[in-house]
Ligand binder design. Structure first.
Ligand SMILES: NC(=O)C1=CN([C@@H]2O[C@H](COP(=O)(O)OP(=O)(O)OC[C@H]3O[C@@H](n4cnc5c(N)ncnc54)[C@H](O)[C@@H]3O)[C@@H](O)[C@H]2O)[C@@H](O)CC1
Ligand SMILES: Nc1ncnc2c1ncn2[C@@H]1O[C@H](COP(=O)(O)OP(=O)(O)O)[C@@H](O)[C@H]1O
Ligand SMILES: [K+]
Length: 491
């Protein structure tokens, strides 16, 4: 799914109206209906009590007025407060005229901010994607008053005061919503950790916006949902054999971190790899062979860390990093690997795919390895701290995205910045945010599992590098979501 800018969303509205012969009032009604449908599923009339709708002067406020009418018709007890402005949008005026008289309407002023209790349900329809500058004056005072009340807030389209895709100073005033109900496509702002406390849980409702327009729009930002990965995984042919799916080499583990190698190996096998060989330090040999009997194991001559790179010829992909440690000898192994993979033997059909993660990235960062030589044509999967070691500290989440995009473009590699909405950057400058996963995965070992899964998909020559990476990240999060759905087993 594409993520569009506020400006593109406005064009999308126009295109939708033309294509479907709709008036703007009819489109606004669709948005209000979608919001109200969500609202009614969230809280019934009794649970909601009195619902206060705060309306700004634009179309976001128009959505709020239409929703107030529809909720009133569904039996909710409604109150509306209007933010004064010199002019109001035409569709706002239409919906103001059609507001039932039974709904109490007040105009907000400095001396008379609306009464809001902690249990009040508030619909925030002050500003949406038309926000043009930071909130100030009465609007800022109202939002501060709302946030201080700690009420149950539902923001329409986007929390008022938050920009849809632009960075903004932290001191800017914005609504802290419990839920944000948006229309059509998600906003970039929803996917960044720095906005989490404002956006709350977000929901995107389909209001039938123009598919052809979305298909033609260009955007660097994408949201990987089930539809994006559907059909990516090739079927396993009836007459396939272990050679069909590739032979992967995993370089992992050091004393005290053999578990990382085991986790990555198990995930690689679950990912469908044909054959897996792991290279672990001597101390890990027995542990690994006992824990993962399906995999082959090569013991490194060093007992506690990896010190030698094995012959690479048999392998279709190599993964390096989980539990590797920070020894200089392991950095030498990493350097040799990068060199060998970047300048493949003439006989090799394609450069050897690499999956670089965890301690391997820390080694690269610690030694300020020239990233161009190393990352070329490979895939790296840092979490924000690891990424910072590879590049520079980011000013905020938007700046981090810029750094990520620039890194992938400059060094022509796929880079995955891990997190709640892991972001996969491509050499073409696209950013693909993953939709699956949950906070239960915020635990040591989750990243090792991802490395193993990605290694399996990269070893399968039938998948293109980007498709393998996007699918692996999606499947990893989906596995976590399925695990979270299972009832907990008590011992
Ligand atoms: N496809 C969609 O997503 C649809 C969106 N609609 C709604 O339309 C909204 C966008 O409407 P608008 O473009 O009218 O924009 P808004 O309603 O967000 O606000 C625009 C108004 O606020 C003023 N304004 C902007 N920043 C201000 C500030 N900091 N302080 C004070 N005033 C400020 C502007 O001058 C203008 O009068 C969306 O967020 C959504 O709620 C729906 O009505 C129709 C379908
Ligand atoms: N809150 C979250 N929501 C969704 N996914 C998460 C969350 N926290 C962590 N994850 C996922 O779990 C994995 C953790 O990786 P990483 O930080 O490298 O951990 P490890 O130290 O176990 O290797 C990443 O794929 C990340 O996207
Ligand atoms: K809003």
């Amino acid at each position: 799914m594409k993520i569009l800018t506020a400006a593109q969303t406005r064009q999308l509205d126009q295109a939708t109206m033309q294509e479907q012969h709709l008036t703007s009032v009819e489109l606004m009604e669709r948005a209000a209906e979608a919001l109200v449908e969500w609202f009614c599923q969230w809280l019934d009339q009794e649970q909601a009590g009195e619902v206060l709708v705060l309306c700004g002067p634009g179309n976001n406020g128009g959505d709020g007025l239409a929703a107030a009418r529809l909720l009133h018709q569904s039996g909710y007890q409604m109150r509306v407060a209007l933010l004064p402005a010199a002019t109001q949008a035409a569709d706002w005026q239409h919906n103001r005229l059609h507001l039932p008289e039974a709904i109490a309407v007040a105009e907000i002023n400095e001396g008379q901010l609306p009464e809001i209790q902690p249990n009040t349900v508030v619909i925030d329809a002050l500003f949406g994607t038309g926000l043009a500058r930071p909130l100030g004056g009465l609007a800022a005072a109202l939002v501060r008053h709302l946030n201080a009340a700690r009420a149950r807030v539902v923001s329409v389209d986007i929390p008022s005061g938050l920009y849809a895709e632009a960075s903004q100073p932290r001191e800017n005033v914005a609504v802290r919503a419990r839920h944000t109900v948006s229309f059509g496509t998600p906003k970039l702002a929803f996917l960044l950790p720095q906005n989490a406390e404002l956006v709350g849980e977000w929901h995107v409702k389909d209001i039938g916006l123009s598919e052809p327009f979305i298909a033609c729009s260009t955007s660097p930002w994408h949201y990987t949902d089930a539809a994006a990965v559907a059909g990516t995984l090739p079927a396993r042919p009836r007459f396939s054999h272990k050679g069909t799916f590739g032979h992967a080499l995993l370089l992992a583990g050091s004393r005290g971190k053999i578990g990382a190698a085991v986790l990555a190996a198990n995930a690689c096998l679950r990912g469908g790899v044909g054959l897996l060989t792991a290279r672990v330090p001597g101390c890990g040999y027995d542990i690994f062979q006992t824990s993962v009997p399906e995999a082959m194991c090569l013991a490194d001559p060093a007992a506690d860390y990896l010190s030698e790179l094995p012959e690479l010829k048999p392998y279709q992909a190599v993964g390096i990093g989980p539990g590797l440690g920070q020894e200089d000898a392991s950095l030498a192994v990493l350097r040799q690997l990068l060199e060998a993979a970047t300048a493949p033997a003439a006989a090799q059909q394609r450069p050897l795919p690499l999956v670089i993660d965890a301690d391997a990235l820390n080694l690269l960062g610690r030694h300020r390895e020239p990233a161009g030589a190393t990352a070329r044509k490979h895939g790296a999967h840092p979490h924000p701290k690891e990424f910072e070691r590879l590049t520079e500290p980011a000013r905020d989440d938007y700046h981090r995205l810029e750094l990520l995009r620039a890194f992938a473009q400059r060094y022509r590699c796929l880079v995955l910045l891990k997190g709640a909405y892991s972001c996969l950057a491509t050499p073409a400058g696209e950013l693909h945010f993953n939709s699956t996963g949950n906070p239960g995965m915020a635990t040591g070992g989750s990243g090792d599992v991802l490395t193993g899964l990605l290694l399996a998909l990269r070893a399968d020559a039938r998948l293109r590098p980007f498709e393998a990476a996007r699918l692996g990240v999606y499947a990893h999060g989906r596995a976590g979501d399925l695990a979270a759905e299972k009832p907990a087993t008590r011992v």
